[in-house]
Design a protein around this ligand. Structure first.
Ligand code: AVJ
Ligand code: FE
Length: 439
């Protein structure tokens, strides 16, 4: 963005906002009953997400950046995620579907007017249109959350999309080796990077091996079928209490059909696909599989080094494939497909050390607690990420098929509780190198 004019930045922000709104419209173009019902205690009614997206846009773009009069100050509290847990939201006096659609439309008109007049220079919220990028990312994050709500919903399919590409890579090694040494983690220059991705800082990482691709359903099923969920050796105390206490015996949405596994995916029942990354597993399940496989989960720094570090230049790239934006040949993103692609489907997206599908397909659990980087400064508000720092949340990396390109990059950090699995999560394993393997 360094050489971009204010007009380029404006067009870029307007395009990102528009793409988010089309996605939101597609996810909410359903019956009023489906929109207002709570499909799972874990999720808001979709109509809450819809108006919440508008409410945040009103607060940051219309009032803060735009300096305009509030449209609906009376509903700030209803759509403040910190005031009402998801399970309580259906009981609130929410805007109805038509009111919510009208509201987000009115907010968008004023936000675009604010964008037309924004200087897009100087510091703070107007630099590079950061506030506009933040709000486009926010809407896309809720679009992924709404997609997870669709996945939890019972009944006939409402969404449809073409199948992802098949395998395009030749035979791949089981693991890639990442050499020991420092690399630059995080960013101080990515214009729309959120506060928790900042600042760039050097981290020393020991040599390690990382799975070339995410763990597949076939491999995961071997762990399940080997009695992995009934053997306490593979679980830590918290994970063991979680699976035994909740009767968890397989990934969410899987069920047994005789000798085979099937799954429910956006209202379709289908055989579990052998060569797709496993989806809908918690951190505890990922960690247990890794222990069973004689491996471990990567740390967040290991994941980012495998994704961004270019040994030839010593530089950290924006994405595994380089500094250019994602394309359909590089990553499965943006809800173009409603499932992960098989492993080996994106050779053009491989990182310099040779790891595939780090961006897109499935979010990947890391072993690391969500905390601020050295020099972290909350921006623009503590509730965006700082209030979640600590040992309650694990970091997830890489984005899923449900994540829009604007809301993912090599530095992007997601987080969730280690028990969560309604999100589009998988994982890959890492391991320390033995003495004779160290490079
Ligand atoms: C970054 C996905 C954990 O959904 O809680 C949405 C994003 N923050 N609204 C979440 C977010 C405020 C956040 N995650
Ligand atoms: Fe939100």
């Amino acid at each position: 963005h360094g050489a971009d004019t204010a007009e380029d930045l404006r067009a870029h922000a307007a395009t990102a906002l528009d793409r988010a709104r089309r996605r939101t419209a597609a996810l909410t173009d359903i019956d009023d009953e489906e929109l207002t019902r709570q499909h799972s205690k874990l999720m808001s009614p979709l109509v809450w997400d819809l108006a919440h997206v508008g409410s945040q846009e009103e607060i940051w773009l219309v009032r803060d950046v735009g300096g305009r009069e509030p449209l609906r100050p009376d509903i700030d509290d209803l759509y403040d995620a910190f005031q009402h847990p998801r399970s309580d939201r259906p009981a609130l006096p929410l805007l109805g579907p038509d009111e919510a659609r009208a509201y987000v439309g009115q907010v968008r008109e004023k936000a675009l007017d604010a964008l037309d007049r924004a200087p897009l220079e100087g510091g703070g919220l107007t630099a590079s249109g950061f506030a506009f990028g933040m709000i486009a990312q926010h809407e896309q994050q809720h679009d992924e959350t709404m997609l997870a709500t669709h996945q939890l919903r019972r009944g006939d399919p409402l969404l449809d999309a073409p199948a992802p590409p098949g395998r395009r890579a030749g035979p791949l090694p089981e693991e890639v080796v990442v050499p020991a040494g420092p690399f630059v983690m995080g960013t101080s220059v990515e214009p729309w990077a959120l506060d928790n991705e900042r600042p760039a800082h050097e981290v020393y990482v020991d040599a390690f091996a990382l799975d070339t691709v995410p763990v597949t359903c076939e491999r995961y099923a071997a762990f399940v079928d080997a009695g992995g969920y009934t053997d306490p050796r593979w679980w830590n105390d918290e994970g063991w209490a979680y699976v035994t206490g909740n009767g968890i015996t397989a990934p969410r949405f899987w069920y047994r059909d005789g000798e085979r596994w099937r799954r429910r995916r956006f209202g379709v029942d289908e055989p579990v696909p052998a060569d797709e990354p496993v989806l809908h597993v918690s951190f505890h399940e990922a960690a247990a599989y890794a222990a069973w496989a004689g491996k471990r989960l990567p740390t967040e720094a290991e994941w980012e080094k495998a994704a961004r570090y270019e040994p030839a230049s010593g530089r950290s790239l924006r994405y595994p494939w380089g500094d250019d934006e994602p394309t359909v040949d590089r990553a499965n993103l943006g809800q173009r497909h409603l499932r992960p692609a098989p492993v080996g489907a994106y050779p053009d997206g491989a990182s310099p050390v040779g790891a595939h599908q780090l961006i897109g397909d499935v979010w990947e659990w890391t072993a690391t607690d969500f905390r601020g980087y050295p020099g972290f400064a909350a921006f623009p508000y503590r509730e965006y990420s700082e209030v979640f720092f600590g040992s309650d949340h694990k970091v997830l990396r890489g984005g899923s098929f449900g994540t829009d390109p604007v809301a993912i990059r090599g530095t992007f950090r997601n987080w969730d509780f280690p028990i969560r699995r309604q999100i589009f999560t998988g994982f890959r394993c890492a391991r320390d190198l033995s003495r004779d393997e160290v490079v």
